[in-house]
Design a protein around this ligand. Structure first.
Ligand code: ADP
Ligand code: MG
Length: 692
């Protein structure tokens, strides 16, 4: 067998336990080991004299033990002071054995490695790695030490030994690894060969410093990052091509049905909406599946566009599935669709994880036997137990809440023979072009770049939280004018429970301080019926003030609500704030958004909130956010579905994105045979979604 394809068990030191752990990291073969790249490096190439240490450095140093004591104050610990001729340093152990204690007796020469920080008695290292040595002569390494991503139970040393063996077997003689990148591309960017790039990433050359490597300008690193991002991009391009291999139902654009629909709407479609609808019609009346992303700012009216698409499907006798990220949003869609389609004989059903027992069984049955025409719900729609009779269209709302994996995994849903449903994806989060390339390049994109007429921009102010009482009295005035208000509670914790508790407290406080204001509470842990009742009540103006968690971030639509207060605004992402703010400014009166922050506000914090004060345009906000935070952070944890990167770093490697797009085009047209090998090499075991 080719050596690269050999299983990791062929290496020494890899037993059955290690194999299981390596598999968890996606490592099965020797080639996988070579492509398991260091997270960072440790520098054990020189001994730092103690007086050159500073807090934050992770270094190798050495000294003679002066004393070591067990300290009982606070948490029991072993304190050991060492000194060289330049100064002293404290080593601190919270877990230690008697043997360890006696080993560190005065006069012993040791070397130690760890992160230096400020302690009570000057600089200290907590739990350093240390060794008793006889001299400092041969304790340094010649190269930086790579630190690899691990999984529970797997030791750094085990992994390192396995990788070192793989390097010796495959890289040293430079003849096992095929370099798939075409020579012209290597030449164009002056990239080293794959073999040498991997070699120098696993075992950096001697003159290279950790900082130098971290900066990411090293040609070897650039090359690998390039190839990795290219692999991701190619996966999506391939997906786009594959779509053309599938058949899709050809929807009939029945003029009389669609014009009846538009004429019953309480408004005229904007020209942007019409344009996007035309693009959708063109897609859905062809015999290949549509894969279209509709981007449109908050409030631009994406839902009605989706409804139009749904109508095309239903009038061709195909079912439509609409997936929203939260129940609240799904319910909102349910209300809208019921309202829009109420006169037609269209059966709309609702399916979320909360639906249980008999009701669930009946709903699932109606989906299966085709009695349900429109199925609205959360990701529960795509459980295995749900099968569609004849699914023609999948609509995914607020795509940024779902990862790329989830999206791609949906493709098979509703597949019948060689037919696949059309897909329409909607998002309010504008993705800068360069990032779209890594996330959406398999999709065709439509943009709704116009808000419905009469929308007034929301006036936004930034206010410290010590002016809270003042803000509360504003609510009173607002209520007297017959307008409604949102109060959004946010917390830094991802924990739902804490958020809801905070909302409950705020609700109590506000109810107490505002006796003449009818106040209601809605949060994520309420039953969906309760939420529905509250939201409907707010919409009917039975309440003046709605205290809410970020559950109202998407979709909620109450035109008379024209004041929004957001607590701890500095802790939220700009797009999220923009989404929240989009709940107001939907009616005909002037609308306001007060961003409250905890004092003191950092410099970036001030700049970020300033962006929102200055702009109401989601695209501008996203771009400025990108400048301040870098693409890696903008993608954020919600998008990490795609971005399990081994070496590329979106903040550091932005400069590569353009080149990747160009090179991908060259590869697709001139070297199609290398697409699959590159994808396999980089995403091999993670592309359960990539088709052949
Ligand atoms: P989003 O794009 O944020 O999902 P929605 O679809 O929820 O926006 O629409 C926001 C509001 O605008 C809804 O109340 C909707 O009925 C209304 N709307 C949509 N299109 C138009 C239009 N062309 N003219 C006036 N109002 C519209
Ligand atoms: Mg929406």
């Amino acid at each position: 067998m080719e050596i690269l394809a050999q299983p990791v068990t062929s290496l020494s030191g890899i037993g059955p336990q290690s194999v299981i752990r390596l598999n968890k990291l996606g490592i099965y073969t020797i080639q996988d080991l070579l492509f398991h790249l260091p997270l960072r490096y440790e520098d054990r190439t020189k001994i730092y004299p103690i007086n050159t240490l500073a807090s934050g450095m992770t270094v190798l140093t050495s000294g003679t033990v002066e004393f070591s004591n067990v300290q009982m104050k606070g948490r029991r610990s072993l304190l050991c002071r060492i000194s060289d001729h330049t100064g002293f340093l404290t080593l601190k152990f919270f877990h230690f054995s008697a043997k360890q204690q006696s080993n560190l007796s005065p006069g012993t020469l040791i070397s130690c490695f760890g992160e230096v920080r400020h302690g009570y008695q000057g600089l200290e290292i907590v739990h350093p790695e240390y060794k008793i040595i006889s001299s400092t002569d041969s304790i340094t390494e010649t190269r930086l030490t790579p630190i690899y991503p691990l999984t529970e139970g797997l030791r750094q040393s085990t992994l390192r030994k396995a990788i070192t063996q793989s390097i010796l077997l495959c890289l040293k003689d430079n003849q096992h690894l095929t370099d798939w990148l075409p020579q012209p591309i290597l030449d164009k960017f002056n990239f080293p060969s794959l073999n040498n790039a991997l070699l120098s990433i696993h075992a950096p050359e001697e003159h290279i410093s950790a900082e130098h490597l971290q900066q990411g300008n090293l040609p070897s690193l650039k090359r690998l990052a390039f190839e990795e991002l290219l692999a991701h991009h190619l996966t999506l391009l391939k997906n786009k091509k594959t779509v053309k291999k599938w058949q899709a139902p050809i929807f009939k654009a029945n003029q009389s049905i669609t014009s009846k629909f538009t004429s019953t709407l309480p408004f005229l479609l904007t020209s942007a909406q019409k344009r996007v609808i035309d693009e959708i019609i063109t897609d859905c009346t062809s015999n290949h599946p549509m894969l279209r992303l509709v981007q449109g700012d908050v409030g631009s009216g994406k839902t009605v566009v989706a409804a139009y698409a749904a109508l095309l499907s239903i009038s061709t006798d195909y079912q439509v599935a609409i997936m929203a990220p939260t129940e609240l949003l799904a319910e909102q869609h349910l209300r809208n669709f019921r309202q829009w389609f109420e006169n037609n004989e269209i059966n709309i059903v609702y399916l979320t994880g909360q639906l249980k027992g008999k009701a669930r069984k009946e709903t699932v049955e109606s989906i299966n036997n085709g009695l349900a025409n429109i199925i609205i719900g959360t990701h529960a729609l795509f459980q295995d137990s749900v099968t569609f009779k004849k699914l023609g269209l999948i609509i995914i709302d607020e795509q940024h809440r779902f990862g790329v994996h989830q999206r791609l995994a949906l493709r098979e849903k509703g597949q019948l023979d060689n037919y696949r449903p059309h897909q329409l994806i909607m998002t309010a989060t504008p993705i800068p072009r360069t990032l779209a390339m890594l996330q959406y390049s398999d999709l065709d994109i439509s943009i709704i770049d116009e808000l419905p007429p009469g929308r007034k921009p929301v006036t936004t102010s930034v206010i410290p939280s010590n002016r809270r009482e003042e803000v509360i009295s504003k609510i009173n005035q607002w209520t007297k004018k017959n307008h409604q208000t949102y109060w959004v509670c946010t917390l830094i914790e991802e924990s739902d429970v804490l958020q809801c508790e905070a909302a409950e407290k705020t609700f109590e406080h506000l109810t107490h301080s505002l006796p003449n204001v009818r106040t209601a509470l809605v949060h994520g842990r309420m039953k969906s019926l309760e939420k529905e009742v509250v939201m409907q009540g707010f919409k009917n103006h039975e309440y003046d003030l709605l205290v809410a968690t970020t559950v109202i971030e998407v979709g909620v639509d109450v035109p008379n609500a024209s004041l929004m207060i957001i607590e701890n605004a500095e802790r939220l992402g700009l797009s999220q704030l923009h989404q929240l703010r989009g709940r107001v400014g939907r009616g005909d009166q002037e609308s306001y958004c007060l961003l409250m922050y905890q004092h003191p506000l950092s410099n970036t914090g001030r700049q970020r909130l300033g962006i929102l004060r200055e702009s109401n345009d989601g695209f501008i906000i996203a771009e400025k956010d990108l400048e301040l935070r870098g693409p890696g952070d903008v993608m954020g944890t919600r998008q990490t579905g795609l971005m399990q990167l081994k070496i590329a770093n979106l903040n550091r490697d932005t400069d590569l994105l353009d080149h990747i797009q160009d090179s991908a085009e060259v590869i697709c047209s001139q070297y199609p045979n290398i697409i699959q090998p590159i994808i396999d090499r980089w995403l091999g075991h993670t592309t359960h979604y990539s088709e052949v």
